[in-house]
Design a protein around this ligand. Structure first.
Ligand code: CAA
Length: 372
């Protein structure tokens, strides 16, 4: 949905969204999509290219869980046909969960380099109707394969860490949308950038000038600009518009059109950078992960020789361009569609062009289908 459609409803000046938040559109998943179908669609591409040998763990990070007990990773293991000899679990810490999964995966691979770990970050960002956060909604899934000999980038040491108990964004079990203190969340994010950077420096991290790129978690793309301004000021560099544009614009191309994707957002920013930058072989990229509540991590990735052969730039662009534009009224119809919560049977209408879909709800269970 183009945010001009939302502006038509809210009465906001559309540049509040396009310029003020740095968002042009938001992804609205179809009624027959959820984090499982999105995750399976992402993961099957990586398994198709790299095979499934040695994958004994799936770590699925999300804050859009479909079940309080069973992990979404179990459905993905089944849908993409991975071995039964797999540990399949779900992780949660708001938007930070994907980075937690990545680091835990690196630990498993360090212990046994024969193993590879499938890491998935998938979320659907949904706020209350007519709330300030509604303009930042979106959704995406990213799959990553963590291995001893990575084809894309090396996960570097060290990491800068920061945790603070702050009530900026949370979702009690009985709610389908989060509680948000928007201004507090922006302040908490900025504080986390500064503290995680200081911890990173204290652990002997790379010098600021060594980075060829800066990827931030992007709840809306303007947030990356606010965060980078904070970091530049901390390092005594003037945050001119030209400097900010040079450092960030290529990381925001996809998120501008997708909206917030919580756990996936930082990794969508990385994809955007890799798909739009010059050759970054051997040139470290700073990554800042933030999950409200709040946990943050600052680390780096260094693209390896040949990484450009692994990019799926045309596919990523096609996935974004292939979304069907919808009006505000259509968006409301999708929002109003609800799965039964009383055990009733429901056949879900077929809408998505994804290789996987939610086909039915039966006996309180979600039933998925695949085109394979
Ligand atoms: N033209 C250009 N710019 C305009 C404008 C216009 N006509 N009208 C307003 N703006 C600008 C404002 O000046 C403001 O810019 P600055 O922040 O640079 O001053 C920007 O547009 C937004 O305007 P408001 O601050 O008035 O917007 P708001 O209060 O209605 O909502 C928000 C903004 C609080 C971020 C809201 O979208 C929200 O609650 N979002 C969800 C929470 C969130 O994303 N927090 C981010 C940190 S937490 C995190 O990162 C975890 C996560 O994923 C949720």
């Amino acid at each position: 949905m183009d945010l001009a459609e939302l502006a038509r409803h809210t009465g906001a000046e559309v540049n509040k969204y396009y310029v003020g938040l740095g968002q042009t559109a938001q992804t609205v998943p179809a009624p027959d999509e959820d984090i499982v179908t999105m995750a399976a669609a992402a993961a099957r591409q990586i398994v198709a290219r790299h095979g499934a040998d040695g994958i004994r763990t799936i770590l699925f990070a999300t804050e859009s869980g479909i079940d309080q007990s069973k992990s979404a990773a179990v459905y993905v293991q089944d849908l993409i046909g991975l071995s039964a000899a797999t540990r399949a679990v779900e992780l949660k810490q708001a938007c930070y969960g994907g980075t937690a999964a990545l680091q835990l995966a690196a630990g498993i691979v360090a212990r046994d380099p024969q193993q590879r770990v499938l890491v998935i970050a998938a979320d659907i960002a949904k706020y209350d109707l007519d709330s300030a956060g509604e303009a930042t909604q979106g959704g995406a899934a990213v799959a990553m394969l963590v291995a001893a000999n990575p084809a894309l980038a090396v996960l570097d040491e060290p990491s800068g860490l920061y945790t603070a108990n702050v009530q900026d964004f949370w979702r009690p079990n009985y709610r389908s949308t989060p509680m948000v203190d928007g201004k507090l969340s922006i302040g908490a994010y900025l504080e986390a950038v500064e503290q995680a950077w200081k911890d990173y420096e204290g652990r002997g991290g790379r010098g600021f000038a060594e980075f060829a790129g800066f990827c931030y978690h992007q709840p809306f793309t303007k947030m990356a600009y606010k965060a980078h301004t904070r970091l530049l000021e901390l390092k005594g560099v003037e945050p001119t518009a030209a400097r900010l544009y040079a450092d960030l614009s290529r990381t925001a191309v996809y998120n501008r059109m997708i909206g917030n994707s919580y756990t996936a957002s930082l990794y969508v920013a990385l994809l955007s950078l890799l798909d739009h930058a010059e050759d970054l072989t051997g040139r470290p990229v700073a990554m800042f992960s933030y999950g409200s509540g709040a946990v943050a991590e600052l680390f780096s990735l260094t693209p390896v020789p040949g990484y450009r052969d692994q990019l799926r730039t045309a596919g990523n662009r096609a996935a974004i361009a292939g979304r069907e534009p919808i009006s505000y009224e259509n968006y409301r119809a999708v929002r109003d569609f609800a799965l039964p919560d009383d055990g009733a049977e429901l056949t879900v209408p077929a809408v998505t062009a994804s290789p996987y879909r939610l086909t039915a709800v039966s006996g309180h269970s979600r039933i998925y289908g695949a085109d394979r």
